[in-house]
Design a protein around this ligand. Structure first.
Ligand code: ADP
Ligand code: MG
Length: 689
């Protein structure tokens, strides 16, 4: 819970959902823009060119025209000050009139243009500051909203939180920072939130430009810390791997006897398991990346590797990026291990505290041998008695720091990370260090390719009619929306607004809903119902994007697919086509698509191969576009860009070596302020927007 004046329990909860749990989390959301409000422009000297300006004067001629509810309508006023009068107009924020009434003098900041009807200059939707209150002048930061918090209120809260930076100790030794001409982290954050205004017009515009380009020493400092975390974690995994001895588990000759699988392994699964078992037999920690397209059967490989290590007396941890996926793995493994003496236990944030304590105790005294969970597995309280194998599923959703954290839960455990997203070679060494690669290049037999089509959102009714007929004949379907609830800032369809409509389209069919803000019982109830077929249509957000496996599901409808990247679409489509029935993926797109988006969706319809799609994704984005990094395990990088900041990354690597030589590397890494966590300081926080 975040303790700050002006943040009550309800708001605190809302912020938590956005990944803001502490004051420092809030302060790590640095501004996205900085406005120059250092100079009041005389009204007579205003140029109506659409650029924002700061003006000062008295408000007169206030008029309000309301239209409908919720602040809709127009507010108009005249501002009289230095050398003249200018019009001011506010759209759909009628409450602003209250702020304006009875104020002797105000500052307005907003774009100045010529009114298209009257041809006279006016200032549009300006922010209002009361003169004498001191705020809103200078270099003013602009923040991306955090949950319900935005605008002036967020700015005020952040400003009042800055004092907390006094208590932030820098993780990096002072001499080391000085040698690199980097400011301490706390100072960097303070100056980004409240820039000091330099003397002189040129210096001032220079600073504002640098801030907005992200090239200040302060930005560099934050990027450096992130890259240090990345390089340091890769280094530690490498060191553990080459220096430490691991428990060895001699290869079994009875692969099939390890577990009672409901199918025959594919040739590729056998080959990959041999590679894994060879590694496990050696007294050095395995570090292996298992790449296989969605639906290739990575879970079975993981389960067999786990069974082998358990039989050899080691503990096994399986970490997944979402609670839903962890819960599903829990169900699958419980089934697969039902004939053995091992019972998997689930460790996620949603597990009741008393149970969580019991499992954590069991892991440290060794009575719990097999744990399945989310990043709850790498929280401080968790330790293992004899961790033999750490498995990370959908590894691209984690950062390397989390990989390190899981590995360091044991003495020198074997590590198996799995992903459906191939990594470009240019990135592999940076974010993976030296993992060995196993490729699962064969799908289980009997699969039929998914047919992908695109329809206009306006034709939704005919698509849902078809879906209704499919379901009536025994199929199950997903309908995925990009948002939980409608948003003012993002144009896309939302789950909650559409649920009733969807139910009306599908009379007599059970439609369930899952999203990331539900608690575990609700989610398990609905998802379990879908798995068993009591619910036939699952309306969901992207919580079902990774790993979800219900072979009876054969229809995937993606609403507003333009909101998703290629790899994400591929993951979603991978939820169907897992059984023998013909599967469909229907994209219900809006009408106003850009040429680039249209191209992306066309490539998606044509291409079934995840590796090819990943290449296309990279080509479409261009290597500099950072959004793409998320899918390759460089997640959590907010300030740094491993393409753009290559030189800084090299510097970070040298620093890692130096810290290691001083014997303080692990301490520094554990104390880093910018620790990437799923839903951590990344703007946007959770899976969903
Ligand atoms: P992914 O690689 O995407 O994690 P899963 O492990 O979820 O794939 O497997 C996809 C589906 O294929 C599951 O329903 C699983 O039971 C099934 N499966 C896995 N291996 C085989 C196999 N050798 N033969 C038949 N079905 C298999
Ligand atoms: Mg999987």
């Amino acid at each position: 819970m975040i303790r700050l004046k002006g943040i009550g329990p309800r708001l605190s909860q809302q912020l938590e959902r956005e990944g803001v749990e502490t004051i420092l989390d809030l302060l790590l959301r640095i501004p996205v823009r900085w406005q120059d409000r250092t100079k009041v422009v005389p009204i007579a000297g205003l140029i109506p060119d659409g650029r924002p300006a700061l003006v000062r004067g008295r408000i007169g001629g206030l008029s309000v025209r309301r239209r409908g509810r919720g602040g809709r309508g127009v507010v108009q006023a005249k501002l009289t000050g230095d050398g003249g009068t200018i019009g001011a107009v506010w759209f759909n924020q009628t409450w602003i009139s209250r702020r304006l009434t009875g104020r002797p003098e105000v500052l307005l900041y907003g774009p100045v243009r010529l009114n298209p009807r009257t041809g006279t200059p006016e200032i549009v939707n300006p922010e209002v500051e009361i003169v004498g209150h001191g705020a809103g002048e200078g270099i003013v930061p602009v923040y991306r909203p955090v949950g319900p918090l935005g605008g002036r209120r967020l700015r005020k809260l952040v400003a009042s939180a800055l004092g907390a930076l006094d208590r932030v100790e820098d993780p990096l030794p002072e001499d080391l920072l000085e040698a690199r001409r980097l400011p301490p982290a706390a100072e960097a954050l303070r100056r980004l939130h409240r820039p000091e205004i330099p003397e002189g017009e040129r210096q001032r515009t220079g600073l504002i430009e640098a801030l907005n380009r992200g090239t200040t020493p302060e930005h560099r400092r934050l990027a450096f810390e992130e890259l240090l975390g990345l390089a340091g974690s890769v280094y530690r995994i490498k060191v553990i791997r080459h220096v430490q001895r691991a428990p060895s588990f001699p290869a079994p000759d009875d692969l099939e006897q390890l577990l009672d699988l409901p199918f025959e392994l594919t040739g590729a699964q056998r080959r990959v398991l041999r590679e894994i078992f060879d590694d496990l037999a050696r007294p050095f920690p395995m570090a292996r990346l298992l790449e296989g397209d969605v639906g290739a059967g990575k879970t079975a490989v993981a389960a067999l590797a786990a069974a082998h290590v358990l039989r050899g007396g080691g503990q096994v941890a399986v970490m997944a990026p979402t609670e839903l996926l962890a819960e599903q793995h829990m169900a699958t493994l419980t089934q697969l291990f039902s004939g053995s003496r091992w019972r998997p236990r689930l460790l996620t944030g949603s597990v009741p505290v008393s149970q969580r304590r019991e499992i954590i105790r069991g892991l440290s005294d060794g009575t719990v041998a097999l744990a399945v969970g989310t990043h709850a597995l790498i929280q401080k309280a968790v330790s293992f008695d004899r961790l033999g194998l750490a498995i990370i599923d959908e590894q691209h959703r984690f950062g390397v720091a989390q990989r390190r954290a899981l590995v360091e839960k044991g003495k020198a455990p074997h590590l198996l990370v799995m992903t459906a997203t191939p990594i470009p070679r240019s990135l592999a060494m940076t974010v993976y260090g030296d993992l060995d690669l196993s490729i699962l290049d064969e799908l289980p037999p009997g699969r039929r390719p998914v047919r992908t089509v695109m329809r206009s959102l306006e034709l939704a009714s005919s698509v849902f009619e078809y879906l209704g007929r499919e379901v009536a004949s025994g199929a199950r379907a997903y309908v995925v929306y990009p948002l939980i609830e409608a948003s003012d800032t993002i144009e896309a369809e939302a789950l909650e607004d559409n649920l009733d409509r969807l139910r009306r389209f599908l009379p007599g069919i059970e439609v369930g809903m899952v999203h990331g803000r539900m608690n575990r019982e609700e989610r398990e109830h609905v998802f379990g119902g879908f798995r068993r077929g009591e619910i036939q249509v699952l309306a969901a957000t992207t919580v079902i994007e990774v790993g979800v496996d219900v072979p009876e599901a054969t229809m995937m409808v993606i609403v507003s697919p333009e909101r998703f990247g290629l790899s994400q679409l591929h993951q979603l489509r991978g939820r169907v086509g897992r059984g023998r029935r013909q599967s469909w993926c229907v994209l219900l797109a809006g009408d106003r698509l850009s040429a680039k988006t249209r191209q992306r969706l066309e490539i998606f319809q044509r291409t079934a191969d995840g590796f090819k799609l990943a290449e296309a994704d990279l080509a479409l984005r261009g290597p500099g576009e950072r959004a793409g990094l998320r899918q390759w395990g460089a997640d959590g990088l907010v300030f740094a860009d491993i393409f753009r900041d290559r030189a800084l990354l090299e510097e970070a690597k040298r620093t890692v070596a130096e810290l290691d030589a001083r014997g303080v590397l692990k301490t520094v890494l554990d104390r880093l302020i910018l620790r990437p966590e799923p839903g951590g300081h990344r703007p946007g926080g959770t899976d969903e927007q």
